[in-house]
Structures are given as C-alpha cells and as structure tokens.
Design a protein around this ligand. Sequence first.
Ligand code: ADP
Length: 287
Amino acid sequence: MARILDGKAIAKQVKDELRQRVSQLRETGLVPKLVVVLVGDDAASASYVRSKSRAAQDVGIDAEVIQMPANIAEDELIRALERLNEDNTVHAVLVQLPLPAHLDTDRILMHVHPAKDVDGFHPVNIGRYATGTPLLWPCTTAGILEILERSEIPIAGRTAVIVGRSRIVGWPTAQLLLAHNATVIQCHRQTVNLREYTRQADILVAAAGQPSLIGPDDVKVGATVIDVGINRVGGHLVGDVDFAAVEEKAGAITPVPGGVGPLTVAMLMKNTVHLAEIHQREKEGFR
Ligand code: ADP
C-alpha cells in the first residue's frame, strides 16, 4: 500500500511558516497584497477564488477580488491591469483563468507586470525559469516540488514522466523537474503508447484532465504518483489516476481532493509573500 501524501497537512505547514513571514513584513509596515481579477461568473472559477481569498486571510495577506463582467472589452481589462501595475500597495496580481472566449488570454497575461506576476505566466517569467533564473514557479508546479521535498522524495537522477504539457501545469512542471536534475519525459495527447513511458516513471505526474487515465498497469511498483487532475464525475471530484487501484502498487500517491489542490493555493500565498519581500528589499535599496 502506498504512502498517502497528505497535501492538506503539507499546505498547513507552508501556511504556518508564511504567517511568520507575513507578520515580519507587517512589522516593517508592509502588508502583502494580492489582487485577483475574476471575469464573468463561472461557478468553478468563483469557488477557486473564494478559497484563495480564505487562504490569504488565514496567513495575513490582504486579498482583493476585482469582479469584471463577462462581456468586458479587452482594452478595458488591460487598462485595469495597468492600474494595478502602477499601484504600489499591490504586490501580486492574478487573472483567474479561463477567460471568456472573446478575450485573448496571451495578450492579457502580458499586461500583468512581471514583478507582480504571481502565477508565473508572463513570458518574462517563463523565460526566467527556462534560463535557470526563476523569479518564481507557477503555483501548481511549485506545489508539486513542495510535496516531493517535504516528503523527502528524491528527484535528481530519477525518471520523471509528466502526462500533459499545458502552459499552466504540465510544461512548467517538466521544466522544474529538469531543473532539479530528473530525467524528464513529457507526454501529451499525441503520445503513442503512453503506458510505455508512464511505466518507466519513478515520479509520475498526471496533469491531463482525464479521469481514470492512469491505472495500475500504467505504474511501476513503488513509483511516486502525483495526481494533478481535478475532474467532476457524478458530483464527485476525481483525479486523473484510478486512486484505489494504483494505491496498491505505487510507493506514494497524492489523493484527490486533498493532494495537489491545497498546495496550489498555499503556493499562491508563498509566491505573493515572495514578491512582497522583493518589493520591500528594493524599496530599502532606494533609501
Ligand atoms: P491542465 O490545465 O490541467 O494542464 P489542459 O486541458 O490545459 O489541462 O491540458 C491537458 C494536457 O493533457 C494537454 O497537454 C494534453 O495534450 C494532455 N492530454 C490530455 N489527454 C491525454 C491523454 N489521453 N494522453 C496523454 N496526454 C493527454
């Protein structure tokens, strides 16, 4: 039976540590502030935003949610982002995805200033982690590292297989594991004979958004299985991994819910505090 990697407990540790850092910042007169821009009224997005606000409150970060109508014009949204870029009390800006179809997501994300880009989606920040000088890592990817490190699962020299290559999760996670000296195999929708690759994984990351994509025959005995999927099936949340069957074979596994999800939110807070600390250091440098 696999060791269950308890994301909720790890996220709590992360948040406990952050509370300390936030209170130190507050003592110097700086209140870390995160602004979440929510466009439209997608129920799932609204619920993610609520859990982000709750986590912020929990660690002492000031979180503001700016709600925009679903039919907002692209230029108006960009102007709102530029106002946030100029606002010195704001350290972190997040545009909740997905955006309504009439908006050009790439164009909009380019208008979040790289120094406030808490999600790490701006091309400058992608370039930074791609060239080995990361300002920060996207939250889910950072959360996966936090789970592996705090669970003392070694990365260097091991074979990591990532199923999925999305800009938000799969691709940055492959880059992060490569930066930590794993041998990385990235699989995607066009991969022929997925199982041939996943069975080689010491660390298997499933980020495809397909329930039951990974079953016991897809996993090597003793592997660490990180399930990033969040799929709604019959009113329940399930991952991309057939948990009950894979648990018998894996060495360690994250549950859904209660695995990667809580870490994604916790790392949003950690990235916010990181950006606020940099802001503070730069301000001191100018004195
Ligand atoms: P997320 O945001 O969770 O990463 P996306 O829907 O943006 O989800 O991306 C899904 C990724 O998973 C894509 O890169 C796609 O190629 C990959 N994928 C989806 N289905 C499969 C599959 N059956 N086998 C391998 N890769 C898949």
